[in-house]
Design a protein around this ligand. Structure first.
Ligand code: NAP
Length: 345
């Protein structure tokens, strides 16, 4: 903290972007304070640590030649941030509690409820209306993959039972090799994910609720001409079958209401993402889909000076842990330089 109980930097979000920003900021003596977020399961699963907490094996994060589980990777990020002095808002005050050597994870992290970016220092409001003042803020709240919201879909996703919302993250896992796989959605992501999965799968069924793809023409052509991809038109999944591992999907025809079962060894959701920006209200410039607009695409600056953004909350295209981490690094460096210009050290 700098002077008059004003934090130099508050970071909102605890995925790869948030923790990387914290590591860089802590090492630059900015004493960052992190709102890591409280776990939620409704309407979709949101966990401190972000999307990687729903990913089993991460095989494409550099530095882990044998792979690493998503939760373990995020625990490493957090530990590294804490090692350099990052503080996290929790039920039990600030973690780590330096006066308590046994301080652990026996309590929940807190959400940021809202921010007031119209005054300086900025006001960041936590749970129970606790107010924190901050000279600079980094927003790294991510975007959550949309799920269908089916009970068995969520259960099997949590179990690592072959249901995922990220083919690029999970598709190359051995459990999906030479299987018939299903991808739900008809947009560019669905086509991209289905095409990617054909490298490993015996066959990929795209399940789309209409009789026309939403994907761009060139991408749609790619799917329709791929001999390993079959599009099941006018279908929506109404249940996911299987106990410990997925065995199939129950489909309903959106035109005839006919119900049928499709045997699959994996299910991938590609029905869009929702950026976590609702808590900002209309205080920052957002694009039509709610992602934070950067002032300069090569930086992390936003429409409000002193507020920086990083990770999936600004990125509807790449959405990878490594790209989010890179953006978190940029945001911390931008915040550090901006704070120095303001005379905050
Ligand atoms: P999207 O364009 O919003 O498409 C989402 C798809 O999911 C749509 O086909 C939609 O059906 C379907 N859907 C949504 N909710 C559903 C539900 N509850 N049940 C069943 N189906 C549902 O999202 P996206 O594909 O993730 O693309 C997001 C943005 O990134 C787009 O601008 C896209 O062009 C871009 N992108 C580009 C590339 C590339 O160029 N390489 C790759 C990926 C993404 P309807 O069509 O019926 O609405």
């Amino acid at each position: 903290m700098s002077d008059n109980n004003v934090e130099k930097l508050v970071i909102i979000g605890s995925g790869p972007a948030g923790w990387t920003a914290a590591i860089y900021a802590a090492r630059a003596n900015l004493d960052p304070l992190v709102f890591a977020g409280r776990p939620k399961t409704v309407p979709s699963t949101v966990l401190p640590g972000g999307q990687l907490m729903m990913t089993t094996e991460v095989e494409n994060y550099p530095g882990f030649p044998e792979g690493v589980t998503g939760p373990r990777l995020m625990a490493h990020f957090e530990q590294q941030a804490v090692r350099f002095g990052t503080r996290i808002v929790t039920d039990n005050g600030l973690h780590p509690d330096v006066s308590n050597p046994d301080d652990g994870h026996s309590y929940s992290f807190h959400d940021c409820q809202r921010v007031d970016l119209s005054q300086r220092p900025f006001v960041v409001v936590g749970e129970d209306d606790a107010q924190y003042l901050a000279h600079a803020v980094i927003i790294a709240t991510g975007a959550t993959a949309n799920w269908l919201g089916l009970e068995n879909e969520q259960r099997l996703a949590r179990l690592g039972g072959g249901v995922s919302a990220c083919a690029v993250c999970d598709g190359a896992l051995p459990i999906f090799r030479d299987q018939v796989l299903a991808v739900v959605g008809g947009g560019d992501s669905a086509v991209e994910e289905a095409t990617y999965l054909t490298k490993f799968a015996a066959k990929v069924c795209m399940i789309h609720r209409r009789d026309q793809l939403r994907a761009s023409k060139i991408m749609a052509e790619r799917a329709l001409s791929n001999p390993k991809i079959e599009v099941l038109w006018n279908k929506i999944p109404i249940d996911v079958l299987g106990d410990q591992r997925i065995t199939g999907v129950r489909l309903k025809d959106t035109k005839t209401a006919e119900v049928s079962d499709l045997s699959v060894g994996g299910l991938f959701l590609a029905i869009g993402h929702t950026p976590a920006t609702a808590f900002l209200g209309d205080q920052l410039a957002l694009d039509a889909k709610g992602y934070i607009k950067l002032k300069d695409p090569y930086r992390s600056t936003t429409s409000v000076e002193g507020v920086f953004a990083a990770g999936d909350v600004v990125d509807s295209v790449y959405r990878q842990a490594i790209t989010a981490a890179g953006m978190g690094c940029k945001a911390a460096l931008d915040a550090e330089r901006w704070l120095a210009e303001q005379g905050v050290h």
